[in-house]
Design a protein around this ligand. Sequence first.
Ligand SMILES: *Cc1c(COP(=O)(O)O)cnc(C)c1O
Length: 410
Amino acid sequence: MLTQIKPYKKIIYLDYAAATPLDFRVRKAMEPFWDEKFGNPSSLHKKGREAKDAVDDARRIIAGIVGARPQEIIFTAGGTESVNLAIFGAARAFMLSRRKKPHIITLKIEHHSVLKSFEALAKEGCAASYVDVDKDGFVQLDKLKMAVRQETALVSIMYANNEVGTIQPIAKIGKWLKKENQKREAKNLPRILFHTDACQAAGFLDLNVQKLGVDLMSVNGGKIYGPKQSGFLYAKSDISIKPLIWGGGQEADLRSGTENVPGIVGLAKALELAQKNLESENQRLLKLRDYFILKVLEIPKTILNGPAVKNGGLNRLPNNINVSFLGAEGETLMLYLDSYGVAVSTGSACATGLLDPSHALLALGLPEKQAQSSIRFTLGKSTNKKQLDFVVGVLKKIILLLRKVKNPKM
Ligand SMILES: *Cc1c(COP(=O)(O)O)cnc(C)c1O
């Protein structure tokens, strides 16, 4: 039966939440910095100065986009490093100034870069709280508020989830924390820093740190058509964090090491392009997303995981579709799709344990079976309706077959 379907002429890539191709304009912007303008930004001669100018320009561009000051942008080697710098940086600054271990708060559905940092700090003696989310993946605000303690130093809440696309009310949390911090100041309690992991949000949402009310924000280039291993951490100038990497004192002493000049230039260009076309591309993707959801849910026993699609207002990333095909296993389905030239992901692409159901889907309250039968489709610049129609056709046939094999009576 499966042999009746011919693979699509080119790979249909529906895994943009895992990696995006480099935009040709980004590549062009980076080009001179591999060989022609190869200098070390710390060198005082002409070659060094031309590299430093490029890094400064990139910093200004990014600061402009996120509504920060240039000196508040720290270049890193990607999302994971930014997140680690924010979390360990805040916790260690607290330990050094207060001479005790802090309490830190995050969500159960965060990316592993956050959760593993929390676990590592917990092993060092910090207290960590993991706040529940509701069935759509939204933070339970009452539980977040209840989690705060006297020695709380950091709240880290992702802007948008990488598996089900849930967009958290960051500005609302920022406002609450601001008030909370005013009360704490009067009582001489430590200020609670607010970090958001915006790696999945940067291509789709407003990154203005003033509106969001965050002290720290992590962004990477590899998810926004920029180079991998590029990223930045926004760190508000009136807060104190400690570095992870020590050396020559680059990046305001928060990230030593010779700057990745092509990467930094590419990151700034990628963010500029993403934010410039945000509205129109979001509208295009929303239409495709909702069309695809409608078509996929026509397949019997399929469930949309994450926030329901709603009219007006964005509660879910415009490119995210996460569906469970009951009676079929996600991993098997993904491999079948791959053999038809369709690239998707199960659970989280960063997870290595093959059949471990995703921690995020379980935190949403999905039964294990439903979590194991889930597939994440994430759309991007090259996605079109024709590709999605092909994928729906393939899905219908594969799922019928997989369910028959598993349960001949179905
Ligand atoms: C991809 C991702 C990261 C890690 O970024 P890298 O650049 O791969 O280190 C962190 N958080 C989220 C939400 C992500 O999607």
